[in-house]
Each structure stands twice: as structure tokens, then as C-alpha cells.
Design a protein around this ligand. Structure first.
Ligand code: ATP
Ligand code: MG
Length: 387
């Protein structure tokens, strides 16, 4: 196959010069050249708009444009096209300036012959191509660099979150461990001086410290599972209303006389499949918060409403409320609001609630006012009705 000829756009007002160049090109043996000749810059720009060329040969003195002023409009229309400027013997400096401003080469008119012309054209095309690929490689590199920077920032952020998580976790483990250490020490070295009653108290302290640690561990494992997408909804056939009633009576055993926990349900509850473990995590955390953050006691309302396609759970307390500015962080593990004072907690409960609700593809919202109370509303889409 014949290699395609090199398409040249010659912008040159002198017909004689144009003819001379045409003759030089026709004499070229190494390659085929096709010359399109126009006399004015405007005509050259029109040619560039209508078809494609490999190179521009540009005279720097044109009737409608003088000197370097021709370069900008040409570059604008055909930024990747190489330009070789043609110049007279007396304005070589201008030609050098043109090269500085982006032209690939210059030819002094009286010194041109076939060999010089062909070499200049081919080199110009090659140089421009090299410059273009360098530019696009550079651009690609910059994009890559930006992407890498973003990745790096994300990784650093993740590391930061992980290390915060670990430091808080170790802190929360240390408390029960200290209890165990103190109590066992006391029992071991001073056992003979302790009454049976005191001994029992210490054994109970140890037991509850171990239970605390176990809970904490399970919660962290749950969050870990959720974060790697392994917390899934595994529904089994299950009656929702009795389950809620049972949960409430378990809570009623533990609350003080100051608290009143009232359960009500609305709507029809057909037999459905639910994930009991997820439900338990969601409801026990919300109910225990409602009780815990109502230190002065008061009414806690737990309402369940069955609708056609979803069930809504509403847990309302008249406790201390959640500060507005903390509400953004409510579901972040290990965070707690400032108004919790001496009320104990690790800040994991709601993080777990949120993840369980996500596993259910449900939604949670909160409405709270300092000193007045808090209402959490959870909407879980109904699993398929069992037949
Ligand atoms: P735990 O891990 O033992 O549940 P926690 O109760 O502190 O600890 P979350 O249940 O995640 O943690 O709650 C996070 C924070 O949100 C609480 O520390 C508290 O500041 C605030 N909060 C949650 N529920 C209520 C509520 N019903 N009333 C007021 N504040 C609440
Ligand atoms: Mg809690």
C-alpha cells in the first residue's frame, strides 16, 4: 500500500514563491506531498475548518496578517498541527521568535531547496507529534497523580478512623479489666479478712465486668461485619407483635419505679418473616437509650404500626434530649453527646442500630429537643408475607 501523501497548507501571498515550493516538492523522491495554496490568512483558516492537513507552511508577511499575529488564530483552529514559517533573509529574527512561540521550524526563502524543504517538513511533523504525545502523557500522568492523591487521602482517613476506633476500644476494655484486676487481687491477698458478703460482691463485680467486655466485643464484631457487608438479613417466620410485647416485659423487669414503659400496636400484623436478631439489636438499643437518657424517670412510649408495605416503630422518651449539633454524628461509633454527664455508655448502640437498619433497607429518623425528650422512628419495609 502506498503511504498517504503529506497534506500541506501553504499560506503565501506570492504566487511565484508558491510555484517554486510546488516544484521543490514535486522533485521529492522520498515522499509524496500535496500542496494546497491560499494567499490570505482568512482563506487558510477556512481551509483548516473544512478539511484536515498534516502541516502548515506560513509566510509571515500576508496582506491580511502581519508577522507573529498569524500564529495565534492558526493554533486556535488547529492546535495539534505543526507550523513551519517562511521568511525573507532580512527578517530571520522574526522567524526565530515564531519558533519560540510554538512554530516547529523556519525556512529562509532564498535558501530553500527540495532537500531542505522536505527535511524541514518531515522533522516538523515528527517534532510536533512527539510534543503532542508528551503533552497527553503528561496530562494522563497528572490525572493519575490526582487520582492517587485522592486514594491516598482516603486511605489516610480510613487509617485515622481505624486508629481512633482501636484507641477507644482499648479504653473501653480497660475499665472492666481494671475492675477484674482489683477484685481478684483483693480476693487473692485479703480473702481471709473479707466477709462472705463482700466476697460475693467482688465476684459479682468480676462477673459483670466480664459480661461488659463480652458485650463490647460482640458489638464491635457486629459493626465490623456490617462494614464489610456481611451483616445480612436472615428472616424466619415470626410474629412481630408478641415479640415486641415480650421485649417490653423484659425491660419492665429492669426499670425503676420512676419509669413507665408503655407499649401499643396499631394495624394488622399478619404472620411474616423477620430477622429476629437484627430486630432485637435495633429495639433493645433504642429502648435502653430511652430509659438510660431519662434519668429523672418519666414516660417511655413504644408504638408499632403495621402498614401495607412497612412497619413503623416509634420510641419516645421525655428525657434529656440530644443536642442539635451532635445529631449529625449520632450514628458514628464511639461518639456521645456532651449532655450525657455521668450516664455511662460506649457510644456503640446507635452505630449498631443504624447498620442493622441498613441491612434491612429501612430508615431511621430522630426528633429531639434538649430537656424535653427524644423520639426515634424506624421504618422497616415489610418482608414478603408468608402464605
Ligand atoms: P452504648 O454503646 O452503651 O449504647 P451510648 O448509649 O452512649 O452507649 P449510643 O446508643 O450509640 O451510645 O448513643 C449515642 C449517643 O446519643 C449517646 O451517648 C447519647 O448522647 C445520645 N442519645 C442516644 N439516644 C438518646 C436518647 N434517647 N436521649 C438522649 N440522648 C440520646
Ligand atoms: Mg446506647
Amino acid at each position: 500500500m502506498m503511504p498517504a501523501s503529506t497534506e500541506i497548507l501553504l499560506i503565501e501571498d506570492s504566487l511565484a514563491e508558491a510555484r517554486l515550493l510546488q516544484e521543490f516538492l514535486q522533485a521529492a523522491k522520498s515522499k509524496q506531498f500535496r500542496l494546497t495554496h491560499v494567499k490570505r490568512l482568512q482563506a487558510g483558516l477556512e481551509q483548516l475548518r473544512s478539511r484536515s492537513f498534516d502541516i502548515i507552511l506560513l509566510d509571515l508577511t500576508l496582506p491580511d496578517s502581519q508577522g507573529l499575529a498569524s500564529l495565534a488564530p492558526l493554533n486556535k483552529i488547529a492546535p495539534s498541527l505543526p507550523i513551519v514559517v517562511l521568511t525573507n533573509t532580512n527578517d530571520e529574527e522574526l522567524a526565530i521568535e515564531a519558533v519560540r512561540q510554538g512554530a516547529q521550524d523556519y525556512l529562509v526563502k532564498r535558501q530553500v531547496n527540495t532537500e531542505v524543504l522536505v527535511r524541514s517538513l518531515l522533522y516538523a511533523i515528527e517534532r510536533k507529534q512527539a510534543a503532542e504525545s508528551l503533552r497527553s502523557a503528561n496530562e494522563a500522568l497528572q490525572v493519575q497523580f490526582q487520582e492517587r492523591s485522592v486514594e491516598l487521602a482516603k486511605a489516610q482517613e480510613a487509617n485515622q478512623v481505624t486508629s481512633e476506633f482501636v484507641s477507644m476500644l482499648s479504653h473501653d476494655f480497660r475499665n472492666p479489666l481494671t475492675t477484674i484486676l482489683l477484685s481478684t487481687g483483693l480476693l487473692e491477698y485479703n480473702g481471709h479478712r473479707l466477709t462472705n458478703e463482700t466476697k460475693l460482691t467482688h465476684f459479682q463485680l468480676i462477673r459483670s465486668a466480664i459480661a461488659n467486655m463480652n458485650n463490647l466485643l460482640e458489638e464491635v464484631i457486629l459493626i465490623g461485619k456490617a462494614d464489610v457487608g456481611k451483616l445480612q438479613c436472615n428472616p424466619t417466620e415470626f410474629s412481630l407483635e408478641p415479640f415486641c410485647r415480650q421485649l417490653v416485659s423484659e425491660f419492665q423487669l429492669t426499670i425503676s419505679d420512676r419509669h413507665q414503659l408503655i407499649f401499643s400496636s396499631f394495624g394488622e400484623f399478619p404472620k411474616q418473616s423477620w430477622d429476629e436478631s437484627l430486630l432485637r439489636h435495633i429495639l433493645t438499643n433504642l429502648l435502653s437509650n430511652a430509659i438510660k437518657y431519662s434519668p429523672a424517670g418519666g414516660l417511655i412510649k413504644f408504638e408499632v404500626t403495621a402498614q401495607a408495605t412497612a412497619v413503623t416503630f416509634k420510641i419516645q422518651d421525655s428525657g434529656i434530649g440530644i443536642p442539635q449539633e451532635y445529631q449529625k454524628q449520632l450514628f458514628q461509633p464511639f461518639t456521645r453527646a456532651e449532655n450525657t454527664d455521668t450516664i455511662p455508655g460506649t457510644g456503640l448502640g446507635l452505630a449498631i442500630v443504624k447498620r442493622c437498619i441498613e441491612a434491612y433497607k429501612g430508615q431511621i429518623s430522630v426528633n429531639s429537643e434538649i430537656g424535653l425528650g427524644t423520639t426515634f422512628t424506624v421504618v422497616l419495609p415489610l418482608p414478603e408475607t408468608l402464605t
